[in-house]
Write a protein that binds this ligand. Structure first.
Ligand code: NCD
Length: 306
């Protein structure tokens, strides 16, 4: 059974096809409005979410399907001690496809080994978030017209930010991508990502603590929130949370066609006064997330028939 746990579960060609489908859905929504009639998506969210869960649900409704699920661990039998494996077996009796978010790295993978329906990783701890990556790649293709020959800056919590890990992994398969890693010392990109992804694929990258210095070189600036829930103590979080705040003055030396992205939620790291700047792409990114997930649901349900 085909699932999506890691962005590398998809080939570059398959990602291109998903982006093409998402673009076609944007242009011709009526063509897709009955494609999942009679099908059910289960959203199993053991961690908070606004965009990911609701974009999955909106995606399934816009495909003519239905949705069931839970949005917190406490309201599921996990609170009674049920294993992820048993939950996956159970939900396979009720639904056609699962989107799962879990605080433990690897939990959606365990679910996929035990489910008889496709499982989509909707974020596992500080590890991966492949559907945000599809969203991000669709955004980059629409905003830049290509996913190549770009300098992409990642700023903020690069240690715990799962969206960062997945997007860097995805970008490492495209041509002439340069990466600039902007973070405090304590929140640098994990060395396993540097070694297994950047070094292995020969990707050119630099590390800096200065957003100001990096900004003029960037085609894309991917801002992230400091991931409070992954910290071991509150003092460290409070000390680091406002390390970077993107304000209009910081954009003075940015390229005029810079694309500012953020997976959201935003806490403080982008001033609201940037929201109306034409370079702010993060709310478009939210909308594209629904279309990327529609394309993915279609693909996995089609594969499940085989
Ligand atoms: C991200 C996540 O859950 O990892 N949010 C999202 O899905 N758009 C980013 C975050 O929580 O900071």
């Amino acid at each position: 059974m085909r699932s999506l746990i890691d962005i590398l579960d998809l080939t570059v060609d398959e990602i291109e096809t998903l982006i093409d489908t998402a673009n076609d859905i944007i242009d011709n929504p009526a063509k897709y409005s009955e494609k999942c009639r009679g099908k059910k998506l289960a959203t199993l969210f053991f961690e908070p979410s606004t965009r990911t869960r609701l974009s999955f649900e909106a995606a399934m409704y816009e495909l003519g399907g239905n949705v069931l699920g839970f949005s917190e661990a406490q309201s599921s039998s996990a609170a009674k001690g049920e294993s992820v494996a048993d939950t996956a077996k159970t939900i396979s009796c009720y639904a056609d496809i699962i989107a799962m978010r879990h605080p433990k790295e690897g939990a959606p993978y365990v679910a996929s080994l035990n489910a008889s329906i496709p499982v989509i990783n909707a974020g596992d701890g500080g590890h991966n978030h492949p559907t945000q990556t599809l969203t991000d790649l669709l955004t980059i293709r629409r905003e830049k017209g290509k996913i190549s020959d770009l300098t992409v800056g990642f700023c903020g919590d690069l240690k715990f930010g799962r969206t960062v890990h997945s997007l860097i992994t995805a970008l490492s398969r495209y041509n002439n991508i340069k990466i600039v890693l902007i973070s405090p010392e304590e929140l640098k990109l994990p060395s396993y990502v540097k070694k297994d992804v950047l070094d292995k694929n020969g990707i050119e990258y630099t590390e800096t603590t200065s957003l100001e210095e990096a900004i003029p070189t960037l085609d894309i600036l991917y801002m992230t929130r400091v991931q409070r829930e992954r910290f071991f103590n509150e003092e460290d979080y409070l000390r680091l949370k406002d390390s970077y705040i993107l304000e209009p003055s910081k954009l003075a030396h940015a390229k005029s066609d810079l694309c500012i992205m953020h997976p959201l939620p935003r806490v403080n790291e982008i001033s609201v006064s940037i929201d109306n700047d034409p370079r702010a792409c993060y709310f478009k990114q939210v909308l594209y997330g629904k279309y990327a997930r529609m394309a993915l649901i279609l693909m996995l349900l089609e594969e499940a028939k085989k």
